[in-house]
Design a protein around this ligand. Structure first.
Ligand code: ZN
Length: 211
């Protein structure tokens, strides 16, 4: 398997209850933003240092898909995606609130180094398993988030087609597909663990750095 990572697309507000918990409108078309590929870091039980001096930092657990073949209109998710993982879309929430008010891009709130930890990839399951399996985030051993793609506002297929049509999509591109409700604050030393159903996929601890 080729594990090259190219573009890192993210979908905002793709679960109704999460959009509502932040007081955002539920979107009528996909809200897409990007992270630098340098933000991606593999979870290996290690400590990942994150900014501790820029206001609240929130975890957002998300299903991550990797495009494995050249995009062509009409191709299904099962044809386009080779592997998936779970990831955290770390967000400097106070910074983001200021950026939103000013109408500025989200890069400094969402694209900082270490802002996109991902578990090891595994082969894309059949649609029935995708819809029949919850992904779960534990924070310090307690369940913090539970998501299921059945609750997405825009389906994986709609997201892939939308991104391809507007921005282009190719082999090696990752898509963070949005977070369910339950996002919350992190502090140095907190441990996050991600599960696909009962299966532990990856974990790490938050370390702190200045900026
Ligand atoms: Zn997110």
């Amino acid at each position: 398997m080729n594990s090259m990572i190219r573009n890192v697309y993210c979908v905002g507000r793709n679960y109704r209850l999460h959009a509502e918990e932040l007081g955002n409108e539920v979107p009528t078309e996909p809200l897409i933003f990007l992270k630098p590929s340098h933000a991606v870091v593999k979870m290996e039980g290690q400590e990942i240092s994150l900014p501790a001096n820029r206001g609240e930092i929130h975890y957002e657990a998300e299903l991550v898909i990797r495009i494995g073949r050249p995009y062509e209109k009409g191709k299904s998710i099962q044809e386009l995606v080779d592997v998936i993982a779970l990831g955290i879309d770390f967000t400097l929430r106070d910074v983001q609130t200021v950026l939103k008010k000013k109408g500025h891009p989200w890069t400094s709130a969402k694209g900082f180094l270490g802002s996109a930890p991902i578990t090891p990839f595994f082969a894309l399951p059949a649609q029935s398993e995708l819809e029949g399996t919850d992904f779960v985030l534990l924070k310090n051993g307690a369940e913090a988030q539970r998501g299921n793609i059945k609750n997405m506002i825009f389906s994986l297929q709609q997201i892939v087609d939308y991104i391809a049509q507007h921005y282009g999509l190719g082999e090696g591109d990752l898509i963070f597909t949005g977070t369910p409700e339950g996002v919350g604050r992190m502090a140095a030393g907190d441990k996050l663990e991600l599960f696909w159903g009962e299966r532990a996929l990856g974990s790490f601890r938050m370390g702190s750095r200045e900026s």
